[in-house]
Design a protein around this ligand. Structure first.
Ligand code: 2HA
Ligand code: ZN
Length: 270
């Protein structure tokens, strides 16, 4: 079948477009990648026309995803155009046997190439694939405004940042009992940012990039999107509360979080 008839490709485009509608993808901000299943590769195999091998860059090496195929957004592409011209805004790549090179197999029309954050995506996929026994398939990076705003006022430390989010909305402890990781500002698109994220995402599923955005992983498009959405919703609540007055009259307490952890088997240790 045509790539854009395949359910994984349709879900990819739908999720990217939903992110645009949420306001998380100004200009060409954000990027998305999906690791294909073997049956999905078979569905679109006749449309794949591999090009030249190219370096992932700057010594990036992800042997844990060697030989895998990914659908990824194109560098410089606007999520707002994803539904209209998916073959220009995204493409499919194959990673070589060493995990240091890739080749473009479909899409990236009009001379495009994969996202500038490709090192982050491949390193994060490698990390999550190993940590989840292969169930994790989606890596999503976006620029949600409230979360970014919080990185200017909260400590850039995972435990403290997580606790603020957990205390804002009950749903947070349920959706991300493993908390979020937090990185100080790092150069966008760099392998260092990719490596540091991959280290934290192994345990957290979501890593905050200070003054930049967030990177999330999930087994499904819904899981990755929902995680980012929940974190951004809690961030919005915190921004509103902190804008109204400097202190909170009440909030979700450590005991409340322990109660939820016990009731839902979340395994949270405070
Ligand atoms: O412009 O989001 O982090 C794409 C990005 C870089
Ligand atoms: Zn970004």
């Amino acid at each position: 079948m045509e790539v854009m008839e395949a359910p994984f490709a349709q879900e990819f485009v739908r999720m990217a477009y939903e992110g645009w509608k949420q306001g998380w993808h100004e200009c060409n901000g954000g990027n998305l990648s999906y690791r294909l299943r073997s049956e999905e590769i078979a569905q679109v195999a006749e449309c794949l026309t591999p090009g030249e091998w190219r370096e992932v860059g700057e010594g990036a090496k992800a042997p844990g995803v060697a030989g895998e195929l990914f659908m990824v957004t194109a560098a410089g592409s606007f999520f707002s155009n994803m539904e209209r011209v998916p073959e220009r805004c995204a493409g499919i790549i194959e990673v070589d046997a060493s995990g240091t090179r890739f080749r473009q197999c479909w899409g990236f029309a009009e001379g495009g190439r994969p996202t500038s954050e490709l090192p982050s995506h491949l390193l994060n996929h490698e990390s999550k694939k190993a940590a989840t026994d292969g169930s994790s398939r989606v890596v999503y990076h976006a620029h949600p405004a409230n979360l970014i705003a919080l990185t200017f006022v909260l400590p850039l430390e995972g435990k403290a940042f997580t606790r603020e989010l957990w205390k804002a909305i009950s749903e947070c402890a349920l959706v991300f009992p493993q908390g979020v990781g937090v990185l100080e500002w790092m150069n966008p698109g760099s392998v260092e940012l990719g490596r540091a994220s991959a280290e934290l995402i192994r345990e957290h599923d979501a890593v905050v990039w200070a003054h930049h955005g967030l990177i999330c992983s999930g087994d499904t498009f819904d899981a990755a999107f929902g995680l980012l959405h929940t974190i951004e919703k809690a961030s919005e609540v915190l921004v509103k509360v902190r804008s109204m007055q400097p202190t909170m009259e009440s909030f979700i307490t450590d005991d409340n979080i322990r109660t939820m952890s016990e009731a839902y088997g979340l395994g949270i240790k405070l």
